[in-house]
Design a protein around this ligand. Structure first.
Ligand code: SAM
Ligand code: DTB
Ligand code: SF4
Length: 335
């Protein structure tokens, strides 16, 4: 079954962040066209209306099942369709995952995000990850999972296990989805997002820029995210990490100002969402990251590894936060 954006907008009874308006692509393009400093200023104002701009949410990622994915996403080092030299692994042991989660918590992360290189989980996978989720949750961390497309009932099982967030990205402009991914449709992603919402999970949904898209196509991606109703609680904006062996290894670099513009436009169109400055930070100078925080980013992936690629060291990130007078958002578990 596929669910259109309009149907998704209507079906939502719970409205954590009801979208105040329907965003047309041309309106979002107009934001991108603003003079750079006007755009950043406007985004900073919106940020301050809804958040304490000194607080940054910290999520640590762990790949619990790496490589050998049957999907052919052109950006991804874990796809079995590309030769990236990545070793396919079986699922990690619960004890090893818990060890990583404890370290993440001790270093100040509030959320632990677990990723698996699946098209979607099998019922037995859902049982296994449910055990893992419950154990991580009992440490007092928020939990997030990104396991691909979900079948009927799976989102409820994950919710019952203690999952707080499900990450499922729209990744690129719906109009060019099949230029980048050929093994599924944009509508399949919308269908899983509907199931995630329906189960009462919080939604983490974003995309990737720097995949040779045009500015109108970046606007199309942001429109597809901002028109989810309710809007996602968390919006990861990833800059493509170019991995040798993937079809996008030689993608053209995006100018840093265009990345900051994308963050600013996400902030303005999704005022109450946490906008995460996500993959690609390892290649971003501190001043560029500071500009992203000014433009409304208020979350990062924290820890020296993303799923399979490098991320800045925790020590460096703590020093950067100190220099910018930013502090980690605290999580207070209920009960
Ligand atoms: N297989 C599941 C899925 O695709 O939803 C979960 C894991 S997948 C690796 C999660 C997300 O990682 C993708 O949706 C994409 O946004 C991001 N990602 C993958 N490779 C990336 C890369 N090279 N650069 C930036 N982001 C990437
Ligand atoms: C998201 O939007 N970005 C993260 C997380 N959600 C799962 C993943 C980034 C992956 C970057 C490439 C890698 O390390 O394999
Ligand atoms: Fe598989 Fe997810 Fe990578 Fe696509 S992005 S190849 S679905 S792990």
């Amino acid at each position: 079954m596929t669910v259109s954006p309009v149907a998704l907008r209507r079906q939502s009874e719970r409205k954590p962040h009801p979208s105040a308006q329907y965003w047309r692509k041309c309106q979002i393009e107009a934001l991108f066209e603003l003079p750079f400093l006007d755009l950043v200023y406007q985004a900073a104002e919106v940020h301050r209306q809804h958040f304490n701009p000194q607080e940054i949410q910290l999520s640590t990622l762990l790949s619990i099942k790496t490589g050998g994915c049957p999907e052919d996403c052109e950006y991804c080092p874990q796809s079995a369709h590309h030769n990236t030299g990545l070793q396919k692994e079986t699922m990690m042991e619960v004890a090893d995952i818990l060890e990583k989660a404890k370290i993440a918590k001790a270093r100040g992360a509030s959320r632990f995000c677990m990723g698996a290189a699946w098209r979607g989980p099998k019922p037995t996978d859902v049982e296994k990850v449910s055990e893992i989720i419950s154990a991580v949750k009992s440490l007092g961390l928020e939990t997030c999972g990104t396991f691909g497309m979900l079948e009927e009932g799976m989102a409820e099982d994950l919710k019952n296990a203690g999952l707080d967030y499900y990450n499922h990205n729209l990744d690129t402009d719906p109009e060019r989805y099949n230029d980048i991914i050929h093994t599924r449709q944009h509508e399949d992603r919308m269908d899983t997002l509907g199931k995630v919402r329906g189960a009462g999970l919080k939604v983490c949904c974003g995309g990737i820029v720097g995949m040779n898209e045009t500015r109108p196509e970046r606007a199309g991606l942001i429109a597809s995210l901002a028109n989810l109703d309710p809007q996602p609680e968390s919006v990861p904006i990833n800059q493509l990490v170019k991995v040798a062996g993937t079809p996008l290894a030689d993608a053209e670099d995006l100018d840093w100002t265009e990345f900051v513009r994308t963050i600013a436009v996400a902030r303005i169109t999704m005022p109450k969402s946490y906008v995460r400055l996500s993959a690609g930070r390892a290649d971003m100078p501190e001043a560029m990251q500071a500009m992203c925080f000014l433009a409304g980013a208020n979350s990062i992936f924290y820890g020296d590894k993303l799923l399979t690629t490098e991320n800045p060291e925790e020590d460096g990130d703590r020093m950067l936060m100190e220099k910018l007078d930013l502090r980690p958002l605290q999580h207070h578990p209920e009960g």
